[in-house]
Design a protein around this ligand. Structure first.
Ligand code: ATP
Length: 323
């Protein structure tokens, strides 16, 4: 197996908020192999964006110094404050409509990123940007340089942002649900583009999503987060075919492709200021046991590069879980 390009080791993130101390991430470990594609999945509020923010060094105000380590290309970027350490991480945000300043030409905004992160003159950067616009299949790449954000469609704006993420010659692309703001056809096109670029250029990808369909298409490995902890991880195909954690199983059963009726998991993700003791999923778990309330279950390795934080993982999960 390739050496990981990114290793998140025992990451803990807490921050002071109006509601008290928010315990957002606890002991989260994720590894992205060089050239590998890893998805992070979980309901809203499970800590996916906070994980990405910690990696990108943009945690909100009030955040305590995170616990654990984040190694990018072997350097601990949590303790290494040098901006250059994160220079080869490209970020594709969730909403292309909110991510470009409407009053500046889109090309100038990306050239400014390149001025800060890439070597070469402005003319070099322009040439490279036109190539990138071509690679992300923007029509008329030369003219695109001179346009303002409102002159692009939503899908084209997401292509611009993918070009921006590629402009720092990244080893790793981090994408935070980059297709949720787009219609279904455009979503497919953008995902196909991302998959093609990652494969052709040997990039690594860390991809946050709610959508198991997207996950199966794009990511070889998956980590399931629940209430700021890893519930389960492993090769995507195996996890989707035979989920071991009741949370993964229930989350999959809610997916529109699988659900026979509109289902949800009863209850809600706990607020980060009021995490339950023991297993954080225990108040919603159909196979809860007294032991689950007392102690947080450790993430136990399983054969086939899998791991699960549920003491019942060895048992076949009861069909009743499906509702
Ligand atoms: N600045 C903040 N102050 C207080 N609590 C916060 C802050 N940012 C996030 N949280 C809390 O941390 C938890 C995780 O939030 P986060 O946005 O990381 O989840 P998420 O899985 O990305 O959700 P979504 O899919 O909705 O984006 C939530 O309970 C959220 O309310």
């Amino acid at each position: 197996m390739n050496a990981p390009v990114l290793e998140v080791q025992g990451l803990g993130v807490r921050l002071r908020s109006d509601g008290g101390i928010a315990d957002i991430l606890d002991d989260v470990s994720i590894s992205v192999p060089r050239g590998g594609t890893v998805g992070v999945v979980g309901e809203s509020g499970c800590g996916k964006s906070t994980l990405l923010r910690a990696i990108l060094g943009i945690l909100p105000r009030g955040a305590e110094t995170p616990r654990g380590a984040i190694l990018f290309e072997g350097r601990d970027i949590l303790s290494d404050r040098a901006a250059s350490a994160r220079g080869r991480i490209g970020f594709v945000p969730q909403d292309p409509y909110l991510s470009l300043n409407p009053v500046f030409r889109a090309g100038d905004q990306i050239l400014e990123i390149m001025r800060r992160h890439a070597r070469g003159s402005r003319a070099d950067h322009k040439r490279r940007l036109v190539e990138l616009f071509r690679a992300v299949q923007l029509p008329d790449p030369e003219a695109a340089l001179r346009k303002f954000p409102h002159q692009f469609s939503g899908g084209q704006r997401q292509r611009l942002l993918i070009a921006a993420a590629m402009s720092c010659d990244p080893a790793l692309i981090i994408a935070d649900e980059p297709t949720t703001a787009l219609d279904v056809t455009t979503q497919r096109e953008i995902l196909a583009l991302l998959r093609g670029l990652v494969a052709e250029r040997g990039l690594s990808l860390l991809f946050v999503t709610h959508d198991f369909g997207v996950l199966a298409n794009l990511c070889a490995e998956v980590t399931v987060l629940y209430a700021g902890r890893v519930a389960e991880s492993g090769p995507t195909r195996e996890v989707l075919d035979a989920p071991r954690h009741p949370y993964t199983r229930m989350l999959l059963a809610c997916h529109p492709d699988r659900a026979t009726e509109p289902l949800g998991i009863p209850g809600t993700v706990p607020a980060a200021t009021a995490q339950p003791g023991g297993c954080r999923f225990h108040p919603r778990c159909p196979i809860v046991h007294s032991g689950c309330v007392a102690e947080p279950p450790p993430l136990q390795p399983l054969p086939g590069d899998r791991a699960v934080a549920c003491p019942w993982h060895a048992e076949p999960l009861p069909e009743a879980i499906l509702g």
